[in-house]
Design a protein around this ligand. Sequence first.
Ligand code: SF4
Ligand code: SF4
Length: 69
Amino acid sequence: MPKQFRDFEVYLVHVDPDLCDGCEDCIKLCPAEVFDFSVKAYPTRPQNCLGCRTCEAVCKSKAVIITEI
Ligand code: SF4
Ligand code: SF4
């Protein structure tokens, strides 16, 4: 649905597995439980994303990218 016809935001949550060092900070601090963990972080519930960008801020490896679509 085009953005101008929605009254809610949709976010893409991407984790670059080559950059993720597995620190788990994004998993601990995401308020919406978007991530699961198996060696690397993985966004298993991206539909929950609130767009707060906490994960981007805490990721020292710059492995997380949040994109509003
Ligand atoms: S904060 Fe970054 S480096 Fe740490 S687990 Fe999450 S994506 Fe990986
Ligand atoms: S932007 Fe916020 S809600 Fe979305 S995945 Fe990151 S920490 Fe979780």
